[in-house]
Design a protein around this ligand. Sequence first.
Ligand code: PLP
Length: 448
Amino acid sequence: MKLSLAVLALTLSSALSFTIPSNAAHRRTVNSDTSMTTQLQATTGVARNKNFAKLAGGYLFPEIGRRRNAYLEQNPSANIISLGIGDTTQPIPSAILKGLVDGATALGTQDGYSGYGAEQGKADLREKISEVLYNGLIDPSEVFVSDGAKCDIQRIQNMFGPDVISAVQDPSYPVYVDTSVMMGQTQQLDEAKGQYDGIVYMECNEANGFYPDVAASPRADVVYICSPNNPTGVAATRAQLEETVKVCKERGSILVFDAAYAPFIRSPDVPKSIFEIEGAKDCAIEVNSFSKYAGFTGVRLGWTVVPEGLKFSDGTPVRQDFNRVMTTSFNGASNIVQAGGLACLSPAGMKEIETLIDYYLENAGILRKTFIDLGYNVYGGTDAPYIFVSLNGKSSWDTFSEILEKAEVVTIPGAGFGPGGEGFLRLSAFAPREGVIEACERLKKAMA
Ligand code: PLP
């Protein structure tokens, strides 16, 4: 008896104790970029999430900001124009702003005060989304109002969990890949390919019009398609989306369609929603956002549509599990912001949105013309706020640095969006007009 107690005490003490290794033994260097070198030193015994350890470098946009700041530190008088991160710059127009202000004012009155809201979002906002943006193609009960598309992508990944295989366009918005890695869906990064093992990369290039051949790609459980695409600025045609829906249905895959740039579509036959495609309700989820519609990138409002009939292989409605994620880890979009969303969808708000989008599309047109005149092949910029410039084989990070130094213009190297983006540069039309004009003048001199 005495002996077994002693054994138990010993076992417990070894199970409960840990040793923080000595400083020297535990110092290690992360990131091969010396300017980013960080010395890590343990202060706890908690093991790092092994999936986070797989993530390559930092998230793209903070890295761009870091390089921009490093340049500014060395050149304090530099007058940098940013055509980099796709962040809106124009003020929120008056009818939409009034919705936000009224939403806030109501909270100061007894009658207008509200606390936690309906879990899926305000009923009147979901009805307006269904009616104004989807022309009744989807039911209000299928809409989940949220704080933005990026957050919803993470929550969708949360719902799918670690055991699915995801497919992404290459190049693509980095969030699909990074959240797949964080969830544990992948193995390590293959340094030579610049791709994670365990993700299906669907190549998008000049030859295929920057839309992947989904049927020729290996089957994945979840297929992420973004249209109009970030970074290429290319919007998928109806025929391309019909083919993708067909393939997803045949293979039993779920299509996650990111329509964050839908309001930029001006070509008459290009679908703004995946639900314009027959059969999409059997296989697709759509994430969307007011960010680029109305300059809500800082306000934060988005939504996800999960069709009622969409089911997992065991028959569970996908909507049921997404609802569980939303109600467990999210407490609804701000009531003030939802009032702003309702104002967006009023006739006056929709008019203001159109004017805002026209402004950015005109910027895109100026950027397109500049690079075309300089002799480059340019993609996007007609149904999207991004242009994607072919660098004729030159490295995109080198060109990024060269343009920053010679023209003091921030762009985004295509390689930041996946290996398929190498050799291209993304420029954003989200900038004040005078900045775009000045940037184009500088680019003409720098790149002539
Ligand atoms: N989806 C795409 C393709 C994006 O480019 C962005 C932002 O740039 C988002 C989603 C994020 O949208 P939100 O601001 O609603 O999180």
